[in-house]
Write a protein that binds this ligand. Structure first.
Ligand code: ADP
Ligand code: MG
Length: 347
């Protein structure tokens, strides 16, 4: 059955989105399509442009170029309509400190034109879901960081948004609170809410997002599922430990010959990159031909952290994997920023 909110629908459709701040292009021709009910992870370091994308999609900031549809509504032409179907949890919790948890949520319900009775019921329901019922009457300024985050998220859900923007929702949360929040995001997604989540943590993108874009300096530098990114960009590694240490030199030769590289990953163990299964087969054949007995063999897929490192390293070397060709003026500024990586880190 295909409903208005059907799984084939695209909830967020972005093409050629651009935002400039003075000389700087904070978001540089970004394209994006997020299916309804999925979680999209926007992963990148500080200053990558994540918040700027979220602010444009949530109508807080006007794009300088491109198009963006949220729940089928144009963010530039119909910002009011967009605001009615989205929820936003910002990077910094935006609760009113002087109001209680209950009052914060209730007030939002009233601002959304809910009758008092409905606003009350919705507030109670959300405070319960987010484990804040006991502290509902305390002023928010007495809440811990984790409680504020949860209150902030609860506040963004009052109007049952179809599309939810979560801007670094777990930054600064301890692991237990972070896991709670992950569970909530999964539940929302299962109930059909589309989530666009920004994060600096690979682990978070991997845990929640079906589709991930790695972003740096306003551009998407890689796209795919966590698994695809890991295999495609950082690759898979095979590790081999021969029965006899005396076989190590020959094993090294075989790895260099078949895989092109051999690293001592642990004492008595050699490792090399395997891009596909054919390489594994070729390696095993070569080992048999040389009569090398293997005590231990394993393949390891890179972690997303390694993927990120790979991307950053190749970027600093002046090659941007997956980046589209640049026009002349951008090349100049890109070259300048590549030459000064420390400046970026210092931000
Ligand atoms: N209102 C603004 N005025 C000027 N520059 C801004 C503004 N907002 C963001 N920027 C710049 O745009 C870039 C992207 O910022 P942002 O989207 O906040 O990155 P992220 O959320 O990935 O950390 C940064 O270099 C930041 O300094
Ligand atoms: Mg940000």
């Amino acid at each position: 059955m295909k409903t208005e909110n059907g799984p084939d629908e695209i909830a967020i459709q972005v093409s050629g989105l651009v935002k400039r701040f003075g000389e700087q292009t904070a978001v540089d021709h970004v394209d994006l399509a997020v299916p309804t009910g999925s979680v999209f992870g926007l992963l990148g370091p500080n200053g990558a442009g994540k918040t700027t994308i979220v602010r444009m999609l949530s109508t807080l900031l006007r794009p300088d170029g491109g198009h963006a549809l949220v729940a089928g509504l144009d963010v530039m032409a119909h910002p009011q309509a967009v605001r009615r179907v989205i929820g936003l949890t910002g990077q910094f919790a935006a609760v009113d400190e002087t109001l209680s948890g209950y009052e914060n949520i209730y007030m939002i319900g009233r601002l959304l034109d809910m009758p008092a009775k409905d606003a009350k019921r919705r507030a109670e329901e959300l405070l319960l879901t987010f484990g804040l019922a006991e502290d509902a009457r305390k002023p928010a300024k007495q809440y811990s960081g984790g409680m504020r985050r949860r209150l902030d998220l609860a506040a963004s859900l009052v109007g049952r948004p179809r599309v939810l923007f979560l801007d670094e929702p777990t930054t600064g949360l301890d692991p237990a609170r972070r896991n709670d929040l992950w569970d909530i995001v999964r539940e929302l997604s299962q109930s059909g809410t589309t989530v666009l989540l920004t994060t600096q943590y690979m682990e978070e993108a991997e845990a929640l997002a079906q589709d991930i874009a790695v972003m740096d300096r306003g551009r998407f530098i890689a796209r795919g599922t966590a698994e695809e990114l890991k295999v495609r960009i950082a690759g898979r590694t095979i590790r081999l430990r021969p029965m006899a240490a005396a076989d190590l030199p020959v094993l090294r030769e075989v790895l260099l010959d078949v895989l092109g590289s051999a690293d001592e990953s642990a004492p008595g163990t050699l490792a090399g990159p395997v891009s596909d299964d054919a390489k594994v087969a070729a390696l095993l054949a070569a080992l048999a031909a040389k009569d090398i007995a293997i005590a231990d063999i394993s393949t390891v897929t890179a972690s997303l952290d390694e993927v990120f490192l790979t991307l950053t390293e190749s970027k600093n070397a002046g090659q941007k994997p997956g980046a589209p060709a640049r026009t002349a003026p951008e090349t100049a500024s890109a070259a300048a920023s590549v030459a000064e990586p420390e400046k970026e880190v210092a931000r």
